[in-house]
Design a binder for this molecule. Structure first.
Ligand SMILES: [Zn+2]
Length: 268
């Protein structure tokens, strides 16, 4: 583990970088960390979340979320299907969810107040999985690595775990350190891309892509003082709803084909 973190820090210092093409065809700068390092950081962040937050003991709720995740994962490209995906339902009234590299999905119980059927829940989770399969975490970390902030986070990661010189930075960063790497803000471009990728994914899995529109409308109505991440980067939620609605129409044939070929989710 120490070797891993040191190599992450070294790669960061050298600002190693590669380009790839995102699912919607944009050029991405990635590669400051390897996929294996990213998966390991995802697993660590998930472990931190589980150590900090109570998990739901409602077996029906837990199997409902797992069912939606499984049905979405079943239609992912092979690379992601082979990952063993893990889900957790956290007791928290915020309508929130996240997905991490390494196949980790977390859902807050508050999500059920806005995701009122399995298709709406699939819309949220597919959006989050969309960030993972579009390499948005890699892209964000690569960008951050080239700044003091990124190096600081890595120093913090090293210091906190091994009590080395950077421990003070760790205190300043606070909270879960691996999680810190993943709460870097999404760009608006990434949000739109996760919307596109997620809505395609839900249709291919046999979830009604039109329900994404209702989900985001419920989300806006729920509002609240702390908007969830998918609202925070969108200054104009109504235009986002408009885009989801116009894309939904185009995805209905793909949805119907999925249903006809046996993708008929029965999660709850
Ligand atoms: Zn998002």
């Amino acid at each position: 583990m120490k070797a891993l973190l040191l190599s992450v820090a070294l790669t960061a210092a050298l600002a190693g970088c590669a380009t790839t093409t995102s699912p919607t065809g944009r050029t991405q700068y990635v590669g400051a960390v390897t996929q294996a390092q990213l998966d390991q950081l995802g697993a660590q962040a998930f472990a931190e979340a589980k150590a900090q937050k109570a998990q739901s003991r409602d077996a029906r709720q837990v199997s409902y979320v797992r069912c939606v995740v499984n049905d979405l994962v079943a239609v992912l490209p092979a690379q992601w299907r082979q990952t063993s995906w893990e889900t957790a339902v956290f007791v928290d009234p915020e309508p929130n969810a996240f997905a991490l590299p390494g196949g980790k999905v977390g859902v807050y119980t508050g999500i059920f107040t806005v995701a009122r059927n399995q298709d709406q829940l699939a819309a949220v989770i597919a959006h989050e999985i969309g960030h993972v399969i579009s390499h948005h975490h890699d892209e964000r970390i690569t960008r951050q690595m080239q700044t003091q902030t990124g190096l600081g986070l890595i120093s913090a990661l090293l210091g906190a775990r091994y009590g080395e010189a950077a421990a003070q930075t760790a205190t300043q960063v606070g909270g879960g350190l691996a999680q810190g790497l993943f709460v870097l803000p999404n760009s608006r471009t990434q949000e739109s891309e996760a919307d596109v990728v997620g809505q395609q994914l839900m249709a291919q899995a046999g979830f009604d892509p039109r329900e994404a529109v209702n989900l985001w409308q419920n989300m806006i109505q729920a509002g609240g003082s702390r908007p969830p991440e998918w609202l925070s980067t969108h200054p104009d939620p109504q235009s986002r709803i408009g885009e989801l609605r116009s894309r939904a129409a185009g995805l209905v044939p793909s949805y119907e084909q999925a249903r006809a070929s046996g993708h008929q989710p029965r999660c709850g």
